[in-house]
Design a protein around this ligand. Structure first.
Ligand code: FNR
Length: 177
């Protein structure tokens, strides 16, 4: 069966370490899996209940509907989830695009704390959204800058941990289908 996974980076930077993590994940996926990284979190207006949905939000919801699973990789800003990412997630609360969707959550940080507070906060939001996860569905990557060389992950341990994330996410998809 063909499987679609959507990647979401919580960083808008073009040379984002979290975007590099997502691209590394793409190279670890089996052949029957298509992977698309969502572009356009920054096109969405600030969420407010009752606001009419602009095209940018519909584009996000459509991408989620087409995805069998989602992988989010995010930085930590001021001990929390970047506002852009939280805003995008908030847009889906009433319409439930994340409900029953297997999700893997990753935080990458240049600090040795690995963005663990943003990850914990993200997991709370993912719980509120009704996503499908288990005790292996999250990964914090500390000291990420030292693990990337020329735009690629150069740390074998991190690659192994990402492989485990992928295998775990695929198992959650298969259990549900
Ligand atoms: C940061 N950074 C950061 N890192 C962290 O681990 N905890 C934090 O609370 C913060 N806070 C923070 C605030 C602001 C305003 C900036 C600009 C940065 C550092 C952050 O992890 C680093 O810039 C990452 O490289 C961002 O991820 P991307 O863009 O490389 O994916």
């Amino acid at each position: 069966k063909k499987i679609n996974i959507l990647g979401i980076s919580g960083s808008l930077r073009s040379d984002s370490t979290n975007a590099i993590i997502l691209r590394a994940i793409e190279s670890l996926l089996p052949e029957n899996v298509t992977f698309q990284i969502f572009n356009g979190l920054d096109e969405m207006p600030h969420f407010s209940p009752g606001l009419e949905e602009p095209d940018a939000v519909m584009k996000f919801k459509r991408a989620l509907q087409l995805a069998d699973a989602v992988i989010i990789s995010t930085p930590e800003y001021a001990f929390g989830v970047p506002g852009t990412l939280k805003n995008a997630l908030d847009w889906t609360v009433a319409t439930g695009e994340f409900n029953e969707k297997p999700v893997a959550a990753i935080s990458a940080s240049p600090l040795n704390t690995g963005g663990d507070k943003a990850l914990a906060s993200l997991l709370l939001t993912l719980t509120a959204l009704g996503t499908v996860r288990n005790e292996n569905s999250y990964l914090s990557i500390p000291n990420v800058k030292s693990k990337i060389v020329e735009g690629k992950i150069a740390d074998q341990n991190t690659i192994e941990l990402l492989k485990i994330q992928v295998a775990n996410l695929l198992s959650l998809i298969y259990i549900r289908s």
